[in-house]
Structures are given as structure tokens and as C-alpha cells.
Design a protein around this ligand. Structure first.
Ligand SMILES: [Zn+2]
Length: 328
């Protein structure tokens, strides 16, 4: 009688996510091709180069995570990713490829090659998949209770699969990169304009204390041959009579104590320029956060325009910026 081993992971040889490439026909069967990008996936594939894995039998199960357009394939009812094929195959030595590794599994003509053949359907080509490599006895054990529906899902580390689902497909990355370029060009226009020099814009983004807090993390900006080595710096008020009150630059205690417009190199002009630079950085960063933009991404100009409209600040937006936004 077959029983499930208490440690199911003992049946697993490996698992990784990859892109499904067209299977290659051979005289006596078909070779399944799975491309893993440099990183943990290609590392998992590289491990299959070990001599002990060459030409050994394995039970391969393939799950569909995303189609080639990057659409998530999780089934809404079962909350599972569809299993698209399962076959007995021989592990082949993986091939190094540009920016990754190609895993290859040979399936003999018959039922196994038929399973691999399905991977050549256009709906699965270049799809993002999750591959589980199991010891051959897994097949016997798992089909014992219900031969038509092997319970391989029992073995699956669903956390790994969920993690893989957050991976961007090549098509998604391309679309995002293209958008980022357009966003960056538009936002450059905004940063060159007077938008972030408006008191009304600062007010909509935060109180002066928020700007002061932000300055505490920037180094002392006193100009010298080398950057001032003194830490920490504090928001220094260079125009106490000004309202609304955002007139701060970061200075260390020593430079703040001796501050005078007459002695600081560059004088008033330097201080004003620095202030403009810092408050603009603060305003842009704050706005990015407000619009839930990841720190390494450009904010969406359409969202910025909507925010400005909502705050009745849209008349400060430069017309060239609005044209850019509207043309996309
Ligand atoms: Zn200093």
C-alpha cells in the first residue's frame, strides 16, 4: 500500500520559476525548454548541471503563473494557479544563455511527449511558469489514490509560487520602462518650472515642521572646499521674518552659530539657491509618497495633474507639462 511520506519535501529535487520556450522535437520525443533569468531561478537551474542529475528520471509538474502579456492566471474560485502539464522526463544538462539559463527535460514519445507538446501552444509560449521537479517515486505515490488526478499540489510550496507571481514578465517590464521614460521627461518639465516654488504648493504638501523634519536627514550645506563633515545638521532659519515660514537650510551647529549672509561664500544668492533646491526636493519627494509611487520609480504625471486640480493648484502647472500629460 502506498502512503504519503511524512516529509513530502524529500520527494522534491528542485523548483523554480521560468519562461516557457517552444519545446524542441527529437527523434524519440520532445525536449521541454524553460528559461530562467539570472538570479535565484537561474541558480536553481544551474544546480541541475551536477553529474548526479544527468539523465536521471524526474516527474515534472508545470503551473501557469502569468500569460505572455503578464496577466496573472490565478483562478478566482480556487485561488490556485492552473497546472498546465505533468510528465516523466529525463533531466538534461542546462544550457547557459544570454542573461540566464535554459533548463531542459526530455520526454519520450507517447503520453509524456504529448504533455510537453501542450507547452508549444501559442497561449503558453513565453508565459511565466512555475516548475516543480520531483523524484519519480512521487508519481507512483501521488497517483495511487487517484490515478487521473495526481495530488502533486500537496508538495507545492505555495509561498514560493506566490513569491514568483510578483515577478514582472518581460512584456510588463518593457511597458513599464517605456512609461517611466515618458514620465521622467514630463516631470523634468515640472521640476524646471515654478510649480515647486509656490508657497501654496508647499502648504498643500505639508506644514513647515514637515520640511524641517525632512532637512534633519540632509547634511550641512555650508560651501567649502570639501563637504562639511559635521553631523548632525539642523534646519537653520535664514529669514525669520518671512511668512509663510519655510525659510530653512540644513546647517551644522558650528556653521549655524557663525551664520551671516556677509561671510557665507556666495552670500544671499547661494542661500536662496540652496533653499530652492532643498524645498523642491522635499516637495517632489512628499508628492511622490502621497501618490504611492515606489521610491525607485517616477510618479505618474496624470496623477500629479489630478492632485493639482483637486488642490486648486493646476494654474501653476506649466502648459508644456499639461500638453505632455494630455498626449498620453
Ligand atoms: Zn557645517
Amino acid at each position: 500500500m502506498n502512503t504519503l511520506p511524512s516529509d513530502l519535501s524529500a520527494l522534491q529535487i528542485g523548483a523554480f520559476s521560468a519562461y516557457n520556450r517552444r519545446p524542441q522535437p527529437h527523434l524519440s520525443g520532445l525536449v521541454a525548454n524553460f528559461y530562467g533569468e539570472n538570479g535565484p531561478d537561474s541558480d536553481s537551474i544551474t544546480a541541475l548541471s551536477l553529474t548526479k542529475f544527468q539523465e536521471i528520471d524526474a516527474y515534472i509538474v508545470v503551473y501557469l503563473i502569468k500569460d505572455s502579456m503578464g496577466r496573472l492566471m490565478k483562478e478566482p474560485q480556487s485561488q490556485q494557479y492552473p497546472k498546465i502539464c505533468a510528465f516523466m522526463g529525463k533531466i538534461q544538462r542546462p544550457k547557459p544563455q544570454k542573461d540566464g539559463m535554459l533548463a531542459q527535460f526530455f520526454a519520450s514519445n507517447g503520453e509524456d511527449a504529448d504533455q510537453v507538446n501542450a507547452l508549444g501552444l501559442s497561449k503558453y509560449l513565453d508565459a511565466f511558469i512555475y516548475i516543480e521537479i520531483l523524484k519519480p517515486e512521487a508519481y507512483k505515490i501521488l497517483t495511487a489514490s487517484n490515478p487521473s488526478e495526481p495530488q502533486v499540489e500537496l508538495l507545492l510550496n505555495s509561498d514560493d509560487l506566490e513569491q514568483a507571481a510578483t515577478h514582472l514578465t518581460a512584456a510588463e517590464r518593457k511597458a513599464l520602462a517605456k512609461k517611466q521614460k515618458v514620465f521622467q521627461e514630463a516631470n523634468k518639465i515640472l521640476l524646471m518650472s515654478n510649480f515647486f516654488k509656490q508657497h501654496a504648493v508647499w502648504h498643500s504638501l505639508g506644514e513647515p515642521t514637515a520640511f524641517q523634519d525632512w532637512l534633519k536627514n540632509t547634511p550641512c550645506c555650508y560651501p567649502d572646499e570639501a563637504p562639511c563633515p559635521h553631523h548632525p545638521s539642523l534646519p537653520f532659519d535664514f529669514a525669520p521674518s518671512q511668512t509663510p515660514h519655510y525659510s530653512y537650510i540644513p546647517l551644522c551647529a558650528q556653521h549655524a552659530q557663525n551664520f551671516s549672509f556677509h561671510t557665507i561664500p556666495g552670500g544671499v544668492a547661494f542661500v536662496r539657491l540652496r533653499h530652492q533646491m532643498f524645498i523642491q526636493m522635499w516637495a517632489f519627494e512628499t508628492l511622490k509618497k502621497l501618490l504611492n509611487t515606489p521610491s525607485d520609480q517616477e510618479p505618474d504625471p496624470q496623477k500629479i495633474a489630478n492632485w493639482a486640480l483637486d488642490k486648486k493648484l493646476n494654474h501653476y502647472l506649466p502648459p508644456t507639462y499639461l500638453n505632455k500629460v494630455l498626449s498620453h
